[in-house]
Write a protein that binds this ligand. Structure first.
Ligand code: IVH
Length: 682
């Protein structure tokens, strides 16, 4: 396709994808299937790859992330980001209303909004383009997290409509909806990492991730509640919010105008009743004077506006008895203490268990058996123990000590320096670790043998049909058919029957067979090496190109890889020192799994088939990973070091001088990014 046609198509695809994003993520009214949407996005990405000049900074392709930010720059806010005065009582709210009334000496309307429990964000738009996203920080300056924020699909990246102010700032709250939060914590638990205590912490942690591709997977959302710009034409806050809505920003549907304080109380009552049904956390209601002229008249104190206040819901608390503490063992052997409580109603649901997170948190509370404890459930969805009623403790009650050996296999626990969690070190024989590792291996983002599922995996481990991931590839129809069991979900305690009927069994065996084609980077992630998440596996796969090379790498060589720290390097070295792991890998290799890059599915001759590349330095249009991906897609093989067999050294800025010297000595062609793209075209 010639460049002009491509430009036109990119423009049209951008328009369509932006429109679909808006319908799906802002209006919640999708108008195309996921499949059709994915196709549009894939077409855009491939056009941008073929013509890097056509990729704009705010292209919808940026939503998938891929930019790495090492350190978030601290920048000054254009408009200070103030906080709000808080109240918890009707009386204080009445006093606020009286203060406003006295200062204005005229009637006033309020706008009532939800008080989102997330991370405040300021979004700057210049000529319709999102140019900067900054967290609150200390209110004067905050962290610039633009690349990460661009992955949030309810935030418009570029606005194409007449009459927009040339420069404006939108204030809003980045939140993590309950569904994303639960999924994230489930993954964390499986990976043996500490879980997030609440969606707010999870949202804030996600915005500070270095790899925006990971942020894109965190399912963040953003609600807007303020517009700032010089000389806005709106007389009221309500009008500015309506403008935001028509420009494509997400504004909470519950926002309401109240003509007096009684209507405000009514609104608060409604929100309190509805908040349990909301898909995200709120911790109160924000009340703002509607007229902008009146807001100006009221002004600010040093910390907060006099024209707004937040009414906070008190976290609901209940007292109950602590019966016991049990311990869950995760996939990597991480131990999570869980309080078993006498059943109690808190914030509309029955609570029987509360996570105690780790030994440190447990000691902080100083729990004794049979203690009366306070359980709180604010907007939060995980109940927590916030205190102990020491006065009611019987003399001689025994303090609950964190266990010293694994509750499942009896092995002595270990706690690594500087880590909050205890681990059961017997990774190969501890039953929940065996099942957990296999569950991780078959996961959607790993080998994608999801039809097997968690319940059936536990059943197979129990029946001794599988002891490790390599055993999966020896399973036969006869091994599986007819097995069944009623199992209890460890999270929900619900019971369900799992079985191997004919059709399921055949599907599972087919999925196991198909998984042999899974790309190396996913196989590496699927192995379940501690501290080796998805993006790290990708980086290591791209860097070393084969498992053999990774296995041979010393600590120093591992530390050279972007983002690999000592913890990860040591964990990789430990993994490959374990003979049982080595034996298992041999069996996986024999079963035909992919343990090197550059052998992408699809077969056939591709432009770079049979050629090998070394990539080094920083590039203009692509990230280094992007260049590597491009080479692989064209059938090329990536190598980490130059040898006489290397076909090309692809050189970016700041390439190591050693590499250049070696390439020159061996007469290996050194090409730039544009020359590589030229080769692709040829
Ligand atoms: S208005 C000057 N509206 O609450 C007015 N803030 O305590 C500033 N928040 O940092 C904020 N929902 O993160 C406003 N509907 C809403 C809000 C809201 C949540 C947060 C925001 C701010 C904090 C102030």
């Amino acid at each position: 396709m010639d460049i002009e046609k491509a430009r036109e198509r990119v423009r049209e695809l951008t328009r369509q994808i932006n429109e679909h994003n808006y319908r799906y993520y802002v209006l919640d009214q999708p108008s195309v299937s996921d499949y059709a949407y994915d196709n549009l996005l894939a077409e855009l990405i491939s056009l941008e790859k073929a013509h890097p000049v056509l990729q704009s900074k705010n292209s919808p392709s940026q939503r998938v992330g891929g930019q790495v930010t090492k350190k978030f720059p601290v920048v000054k806010h254009t408009y200070p980001m103030l906080s709000l005065g808080n109240t918890y009582s009707r009386e204080e709210l009445l006093l606020f209303d009286q203060r406003v009334d006295r200062a204005l000496k005229e009637p006033c309307e309020y706008v009532c909004e939800l008080k989102f429990d997330g991370v405040a964000i300021g979004l700057t738009y210049l000529n319709g383009e999102l140019t900067r996203a900054v967290t609150r920080g200390d209110g004067i300056q905050g962290d610039e997290v633009t690349e990460n924020v661009k992955t949030i699909r309810s935030i418009p990246l570029s606005l194409d409509r007449p009459g927009l102010p040339p420069e404006f700032e939108v204030r809003g709250e980045v939140i993590m909806p309950h569904s994303s939060f639960l999924e994230l914590n489930r993954d964390k638990e499986q990976e043996g990492q500490p879980i997030f205590a609440n969606p707010r912490n999870a949202a804030s942690g996600s915005l500070k991730l270095q790899d925006s591709a990971l942020v894109a997977k965190r399912g963040l959302d953003c609600y807007s509640y303020g517009l700032l710009a010089p000389g806005l034409p709106f007389p009221t806050h309500w009008d500015s919010i309506q403008a935001l809505k028509t420009w494509g920003f997400k504004v909470a549907g519950l926002t309401t105008i109240c003509r007096n304080i009684d209507e405000v109380f009514e609104f608060i009552g409604q929100c309190d009743a509805q908040r349990k049904a909301l898909p995200f956390d709120i911790d109160g209601v924000v009340i703002k004077v509607n007229s902008l002229a009146q807001q100006e008249k009221l002004g600010f104190t040093s910390k907060s506006p006099r024209w707004a206040i937040s009414f906070k819901f008190r976290a609901e608390r209940a007292m109950t008895r602590l019966l016991d503490v049990t311990y869950q063992v995760g996939r990597t052997g991480a131990i999570t203490p869980v309080a078993i409580l006498e059943k109690v109603a808190v914030a509309g649901s029955m609570v029987k268990r509360a996570s105690l997170y780790n030994a440190g948190k447990m000691t902080e509370l100083g729990l004794h058996r049979n203690d009366l404890v306070y359980v709180e459930k604010g907007g939060d969805i995980i109940p927590k123990i916030v205190g102990v009623d020491i006065s009611s403790r019987k003399a001689g009650a025994s303090e609950i000590q964190f266990i010293t050996s694994c509750p499942e296999c009896g092995t002595r626990l270990r706690r690594l320096d500087g880590e909050a969690l205890h681990y059961c070190p017997d990774n190969d024989h501890c039953p929940p670790q065996i099942a957990g590792k296999i569950e991780h291996f078959i996961g959607r983002r790993a080998m994608n043998i999801e039809s097997l599922g968690q319940g059936r995996t536990v059943l197979l481990v129990e029946k001794n049909k599988i002891r490790n991931i390599a055993d999966l590839y020896d399973l036969t129809y006869k091994d599986l058919i007819g097995l069944e069991k009623v199992i209890t979900d460890p999270l929900t305690h619900k019971q369900r029957r799992v079985s191997f009927r004919e059709k399921t069994t055949r599907n599972i065996l087919r999925a196991i067979e198909a998984s042999k084609k899974t790309a190396f980077e996913r196989v590496l992630y699927a192995l379940g090496i501690r501290h080796l998440g998805e993006s790290m596996a990708k980086k290591l796969a791209r860097h070393f190109c084969s498992l053999d090379a990774l296995m041979e790498a010393s600590q120093n060589v591992l530390l050279e890889v972007e983002e690999v720290g000592e913890k990860t390097a040591n964990s990789i070295i430990d993994y490959f020192r374990n003979v049982e792991n080595l034996r298992m890998i041999e069996r996986l290799k024999a079963a035909g799994l992919r343990f090197q890059t550059g052998t992408a599915a699809g077969g056939g001759e591709k432009p770079f088939s049979g050629q090998s590349f070394v990539v080094s330095g920083v590039f203009e249009h692509y990230s280094r990973d992007g260049i590597k991906q491009l080479i692989e897609e064209q059938g090329g093989e990536l190598k980490s070091s130059i040898s006489s067999k290397t076909s090309y050294l692809v050189a970016g800025k700041n390439m190591g001088p050693e590499k250049r010297k070696k390439a020159e000595a061996l007469n290996i062609p050194i090409i730039r990014e544009d020359e590589l793209l030229q080769l692709v075209k040829q």
